[in-house]
Design a protein. Sequence first.
Length: 324
Amino acid sequence: MVPPRSGSSSAFSPGGGQGSAAARNEPALRKEEATPREEAPPREKKRKHRAEPPAHEQAAKEEPPPARQVAKSPAPPVIEHRKPSAQPAEGQDFTVRVKIRSESPVAVAILQVKQAGSANVTNAPLTRTQGDSYEGKIPGTMAKGNIEYFVAAKNAAGAMTRQGDGDAKTPYVITFRAAPGAAAPAASAEKPAGPYGFTHNTPFRVLPHRPIVVRVQIVPSSDDGQMPDRVTVLWRGNDAQDQITEMVRDENGGYGGYKAELPPQDEGAVFYQVVACDADTTHCGVDTGSKRKWHAAAVAAQPGGPTPLPLEAVSLKAPPALPE
């Protein structure tokens, strides 16, 4: 019997063969069985978030609805006019000058003229001459006795104004001077100072940096009087210096019509008076009635400002024959 080799192991010995392999794997299997399984964390349920509206839409929902806009009614035209202070001669075309200011363009402007006590009204058109200035004529066929008239204007927006002497119900009245030997009119106008009668629509306001147009009608104050040989405007502007500007015949001004253009002025005031004289300057008249009185007009771009106080002084360029 051959003895086993040193160092070899029997297949059934505890330390070798199959028994040894099983013994080696057993602890590993037990270790695997002893280790607990790691479970996956629970899945969180996704919440469905509602989409927020854009910021401008949310603000629009929170803001109150805008207030209802009320349409602004168009402003009516503003009419400025002064009736003549002297009696013009009858039988001659007489020019009426007015100023019409409107936010919307003036579409229609007329004079509504009639004989005093009559119901027949004649509409005479007013024609724009420059800026806000308009002119219309009372025909010579109507120029006798007492004439009543209103000034009416309508702008492109449909707003209308009817202007009379202080309100829309009282007409302006002109009394025409009768020819020699004719019956005197029932009413009398203001007596002119000096040998001439003046009719002048004094402006309340003139625009800065634009020429200032002065228009006037001059007639003899007596039936046998003569027309003046020289007509001038004495005036003071921004520099407060005495100035003189010659007037020329105004072909559109009717009988005795004159006009002059004063230089543009800055904002402030302009003072002036119209003087008429014969050739020798021995007989002179002034439209204010006195050489110490002046017309005053504001030089302003916007209406509504204060009217300058009239000036009381004697111009250094005034002829000596002017009435006090």
